[in-house]
Design a protein around this ligand. Structure first.
Ligand code: HEM
Length: 401
């Protein structure tokens, strides 16, 4: 019997059968190992993401003690200071203020202007892969593309980019369920180093502004309201991390799914106009971010179960994306799927600000691979990363030619 166990490699290999069982168990399921309420149905996830009685944080309304939670240990402070001042972990009014400033850089129109640069970069990366006769799709294409794009937008010089990926990976370890002390120690170290780096960069940009996003944040007046330095640092780190982690995984999870579904890959190769619907379907089919949490700020009730203030709800995006109440034959990869309200970019006030950019990046690498590497094939079975929330592969070994 498929069991929901986010630490079990068998579950991680294919969590979707276990989700089907969870959905059959009910609309809300108590899960003791993480002290959370699991929500597996699409309709509930969709409604709860928009429900203001829930929040990504409670600290705008309650102290840890008032909320019945223990404060994090003081040695984790550098991670929390960094994390808690980014918009993803803020609620209104701070969330609204920061999101309004940042969103100017991410409107579909602004992002559309980046398209030639993103297409060019994707083309160069894929050409190098083809010349080499293959390689690791993750390190050769999936990763360098979004890292370069977001670093370029923020104005991080090329010579400074090497540590961005390890810093991000170490910080993102904290977003898994029940992170270990070792994970926390790594995240704290990365938070200190990353913040220090950005503090210096901000000081430089203050002296010599450029046309990059960091200079924009420094200059931004939003009805007289500036970002504090900590908010700027946290915003930059959030954009750098969120700006590539999921895109990398969506790319490799997507190609791994295509290799396992050769009829769909053949259809895509025969008709490149399927790229936009293929991207949406691949993000639904193997959801790059599997779970998002919300604190219950004011009591809610789901299907007769009362969930009190202070509880935590875990919304299962991968399950919602495979809910047969919304998706016909959800276990089937169908690149022509038209009605595809997947929840991979979330909903409500925290809806992914980078969604238009992510779509451009995913389309750029997919188009380049279809056009320049029409014989792309798997060279070795990939290994899954041992993570649950951020779902990805260790690598994706491919051959061309
Ligand atoms: C396939 C790629 C991506 C996926 C699947 C994804 C997914 C998500 C999800 C699910 C959330 C909301 C989490 C929640 O509701 O708790 C989110 C928020 C966010 N994403 Fe993305 N994302 C992707 C790419 C990007 C990119 C490219 C950027 C920026 C360049 C970005 C920046 C952000 C930011 C700043 C937030 C916080 C928004 C807020 O709190 O208001 N993401 N993303």
């Amino acid at each position: 019997m498929a069991v929901f166990d986010p630490w079990d490699p068998a579950f991680l290999a294919d969590p979707y059968p276990a989700y089907a069982e969870l959905r059959a168990q009910g609309r809300v399921i108590r899960y003791e190992p993480t002290d959370q309420w699991l929500v597996p149905h699409h309709a509930d996830v969709s409604v709860l993401l928009r429900d203001r009685r829930l929040g990504r944080t409670y600290q705008h309304r309650f102290t840890h003690e008032e909320f019945g939670r223990t404060p994090p240990p003081p040695e984790h402070e550098p991670f929390h200071t960094l994390n808690d001042h980014g918009m993803l972990d803020l609620e209104p009014p701070d969330h609204t203020r920061i999101r309004r400033l940042v969103s100017k850089a991410f409107t579909p129109r602004t992002v559309e202007r980046l398209k030639p640069y993103v297409d060019g970069l994707a083309g160069d990366l894929v050409s190098a892969l083809v010349e080499a006769g293959g390689g690791d799709l993750l390190t050769d294409v999936a990763e360098p593309l979004p890292v370069a794009v977001i670093a370029e937008m923020l104005g991080i010089p090329e010579s400074d980019r090497a540590p961005l990926r390890p810093w991000s990976a170490d910080i993102c370890g904290m977003y898994e369920l029940n992170p270990s002390e070792e994970t926390a120690a790594k995240a704290v170290r990365a938070s200190v180093e990353f913040s220090e780096y950005l503090r210096e960069l901000i000081a430089q940009r203050r002296k010599e502004p450029g046309d990059d996003l960091i200079s924009g944040l420094i200059a931004a007046h939003d009805e007289g309201d500036r970002l504090t330095e900590q908010e700027m640092i946290s915003t930059a780190v959030l954009l750098l991390n969120a700006g590539h982690e999921a895109t990398v995984n969506a790319t490799v999870n997507g190609w791994w799914a295509l290799f396992r579904n050769p009829d769909q890959l053949a259809a895509l190769r025969a008709d490149h106009s399927l790229v936009p619907s293929a991207i949406e379907e691949l993000m639904r089919y193997d959801t790059p971010l599997q779970l998002f949490e919300r604190w219950v700020l004011d009591e809610i009730e789901i299907d007769g179960t009362v969930i009190p203030r202070g509880a935590e709800v875990a919304m299962l995006f991968g399950s919602a994306n495979h809910d047969p109440a919304v998706f016909t034959d959800p276990g089937r990869l169908d690149l022509t799927r038209q009605d595809n309200p997947h929840i991979s970019f979330s909903a409500g006030i925290h809806y992914c600000i980078g969604a238009p950019l992510a779509r451009i990046e995913l389309a750029a690498s997919m188009r380049a691979l279809l056009e320049k590497a029409p014989t792309l094939r798997l060279a070795a079975e990939p290994q899954r990363k041992p993570n649950f929330v951020i779902r990805g592969l260790e690598g994706l070994s491919v051959e061309v030619g």
